[in-house]
Design a protein around this ligand. Structure first.
Ligand code: SAH
Ligand code: SF4
Length: 356
C-alpha cells in the first residue's frame, strides 16, 4: 500500500484540486481546511458538515494524526512542561511559562538536534526528526488549549526555544509561523513570536532576504571566537565575523533589532573582559541582551555564574547604555527550563508530579 500523506501536507489549492479530481464541489476544500486549521479537530469523523462518504474517502486517502500529550509536569513556579508524541513515535517537548503579564509557549522545531552545544541537554541527542510545519503548529494549538485549562488565559507569546535548531528546519518553521499568523489559522501577531538560533549565518541572511516580521534571537554566549568555539562547535564554520555580516544584512532588510541570548557560565564567560567583548559585539545592530541563568546539565562541566559576578556583568553592560534583562530560570524542578528539555529522554526524572 502506498504510504499515506498527512492531509495537512496539502495547501488549500492542493486540497481544492483534490476535491475536483474526486468529483466533489470546490467549497468542500475550504470546509475541510477550516476543520483542520481553525477548529482543531482530531479526526475526519469530527468534520460534521462533511458527508460520511467524503469523510470515508478522505480517511482512506490521507492520514490525520495530531501531536498528542504523552505526559505533563507542573513546576512549583507554575511552569508546565509537556512531553509530546509525534506520529513517527518520536518525543519532543514544550513548556508553558506564566508570568503576571505574559503566557509564553516554548515549542520544539526538531526531535533532537544536529548541533552539539556543550551546555545543552538537547545537544546530547542526535537529530531524529525534522518536525513538519503542522507538527510545530499542533504544539501551539495544544498549548493554547492547555493555557485555558491551567490558567484561563490566552497565549501571549511563542518562542522557538524548545528542542532543535529552527534555522536548520527553515521551511517547516516558516510554514508553521505562516499558519500561526494567518487568518486561516490563529491570526496571532508575528511580533509575539521569537525564533532563536545558535547562529547559522547563511540562514540569518535568508531571514533578512525573506523580510520576516517576527522577533529574532541569537544565542551568542561568548563574543570571542575561541571561547564560542569551545562551547558551540557551529562557531567553527559560522564565526563571529560571519555572524556580524549576517546581522548587518538582516537589519538592513528588516529593521528589526536582535536579542542576544547570553548564558552566564561561572568563570568561563562572566568576567568584565567578557562583558566588554559582548558590549562591542552588541553594537553591530540595534539589540537587547538577555542574560540567562544557566540550568546545569549533568553531562556538562558548566555551573551558573554567581549573583555578584552576574550583577557586575549587568552593571557594566548598562554603563555602556545597552538594554539588558536577566532571565531567571523557570521550571527547573521539572527539567522544563531552557536546554533541559531533553533530559527526560536521557534519564528518568525523579521528584516530579504529573498534572494529568
Ligand atoms: N537551537 C536554538 C533554539 C533552542 S535552544 C538555539 O540554540 O538558540 C534555546 C536557548 O536555550 C538557546 O539560547 C540556548 O543556548 C539556551 N540553552 C540551552 N541549554 C541551556 C541551559 N542548560 N541553560 C540555559 N539556557 C540554555
Ligand atoms: Fe541545538 Fe540550540 Fe541546544 Fe545548541 S543550544 S544543541 S543548537 S538546541
Amino acid at each position: 500500500m502506498a504510504k499515506q500523506r498527512d492531509i495537512r501536507e496539502l495547501s488549500l489549492e492542493a486540497l481544492t484540486a483534490y476535491m475536483i479530481e474526486i468529483g466533489e464541489k470546490k467549497f468542500r476544500a475550504q470546509q475541510v481546511y477550516d476543520w483542520i486549521w481553525k477548529k482543531q479537530v482530531q479526526s475526519f469523523e469530527e468534520m460534521q458538515n462533511i458527508q460520511k462518504g467524503l469523510r470515508k474517502k478522505l480517511a482512506e486517502a490521507f492520514t490525520f494524526k495530531r501531536v498528542t500529550i504523552d505526559a505533563s509536569y507542573k513546576s512549583k513556579d507554575g511552569t508546565v512542561k509537556y512531553a509530546f508524541r509525534l506520529a513517527s513515535g518520536h518525543e519532543i517537548e514544550g513548556v508553558l511559562i506564566p508570568t503576571p503579564k505574559r503566557l509564553t509557549a516554548c515549542i520544539s522545531s526538531q526531535a533532537g538536534c544536529s548541533l552539539d552545544c556543550s551546555f545543552c541537554a538537547t545537544g546530547l541527542l542526535p537529530l531524529m526528526h525534522n518536525l513538519k510545519h503542522y507538527e510545530i503548529y499542533d504544539q501551539v494549538q495544544i498549548l493554547r488549549e492547555e493555557a485555558q485549562k491551567h490558567f484561563g488565559r490566552n497565549l501571549t507569546n511563542i518562542v522557538y526555544m524548545g528542542m532543535g535548531e529552527p534555522l536548520l528546519n527553515y521551511r517547516n518553521v516558516m510554514g508553521s509561523i505562516q499558519m500561526i499568523t494567518s487568518e486561516a489559522g490563529l491570526h496571532m501577531s508575528p511580533r509575539r513570536i521569537t525564533v532563536s538560533t545558535s547562529g547559522i549565518s547563511k540562514m540569518i541572511k535568508k531571514l533578512g532576504e525573506d523580510q520576516v516580521p517576527f522577533e529574532f534571537a541569537l544565542s551568542l554566549h561568548a563574543a570571542d571566537d575561541e571561547k564560542r568555539t569551545q562551547i558551540m562547535s557551529i562557531n567553527k564554520t559560522n564565526d563571529l565575523e560571519s555572524l556580524r555580516e549576517a546581522l548587518l544584512h538582516f537589519y538592513d532588510k528588516t529593521k528589526t533589532r536582535v536579542t542576544y541570548e547570553y548564558c552566564l557560565f561561572r568563570d568561563f564567560n562572566d568576567s568584565l573582559a567578557d562583558a566588554k567583548a559582548l558590549a562591542t559585539f552588541a553594537r553591530i545592530i540595534p539589540s537587547k541582551i538577555n542574560l540567562i541563568e544557566y540550568n546545569p546539565v549533568p553531562e556538562s562541566p558548566f555551573l551558573p555564574s554567581t549573583p555578584a559576578k552576574t550583577q557586575a556583568f549587568v552593571d557594566y553592560l548598562e554603563s555602556r547604555k545597552l538594554i539588558v534583562n536577566v532571565r531567571r530560570s523557570r521550571g527547573k524542578d521539572v527539567n522544563g527550563a531552557c536546554g533541559q528539555l531533553a533530559l527526560r529522554e536521557k534519564n528518568t526524572i525523579g521528584n516530579i508530579y504529573s498534572s494529568n
